[in-house]
Design a protein around this ligand. Structure first.
Ligand code: HEC
Length: 114
C-alpha cells in the first residue's frame, strides 16, 4: 500500500493556493493552452509522488529534475509510458524547465519554500 511506503514529508500545497511565478504556475495550474497539465495532477499533491508510476518531484535537486526534463527534450530519455513526460518536457521552454525544477526542489520537509 502506498500509505506504508516512506515518502518525503512535504507540506501540502493545495491546488487552490494562490500561485506565484512561472514554476509554481506550471506545477499547480499547468499551461493548458499548450496542452501541459499541472504537474501535481500526476505527481500528487505538492509533487510527493503517486504509487510506483509517478515519481516524487518534491525535494529532488533542481539540477536532477532539470536534467531529466532536458533528457526528454533531447530524446535521450524516452522510456516513459505513452510519452507522457516526453510530450510535457518538449512543450516547456528552457526558462520553464529551470523555474519548475527550482519550485519542486524547494518543496522540502522544511515546508513549502515561498
Ligand atoms: C500526465 C501525467 C503527468 C504529468 C501531468 C506530469 N508528469 Fe512528470 N512524470 C510522469 C510519469 C508517468 C513519470 C515517470 C516516467 C518514467 O518512469 O520514465 C514522470 C516523471 C517525471 C520526472 C522524472 C523524475 C525522476 O525521478 O526521474 C520529472 C522530472 C517530471 N516527471 C517532471 C514533471 C513536471 C515538471 C511536470 C509539470 C510540468 C510533470 N512532470 C507533469 C507523468 C506526468
Amino acid at each position: 500500500m502506498l500509505a506504508d511506503k516512506p515518502g518525503p514529508q512535504v507540506e501540502r500545497v493545495g491546488r487552490t493556493s494562490a500561485v506565484e511565478g512561472p514554476g509554481e504556475t506550471l506545477a499547480l495550474r499547468g499551461a493548458w493552452e499548450r496542452n501541459i497539465p499541472e504537474c501535481v495532477a500526476c505527481h500528487g499533491p505538492s509533487g510527493v509522488g503517486v504509487g510506483d508510476a509517478f515519481p516524487p518531484l518534491a525535494g529532488q535537486s533542481a539540477q536532477y529534475l532539470a536534467s531529466q526534463l532536458t533528457a526528454w527534450r533531447q530524446g535521450t530519455r524516452k522510456n516513459d509510458p505513452n510519452d507522457l513526460m516526453g510530450h510535457i518536457a518538449r512543450s516547456l521552454t528552457d526558462d520553464e524547465v529551470k523555474a519548475v525544477s527550482a519550485y519542486f526542489a524547494g518543496l522540502t520537509d522544511q515546508g513549502a519554500a515561498r
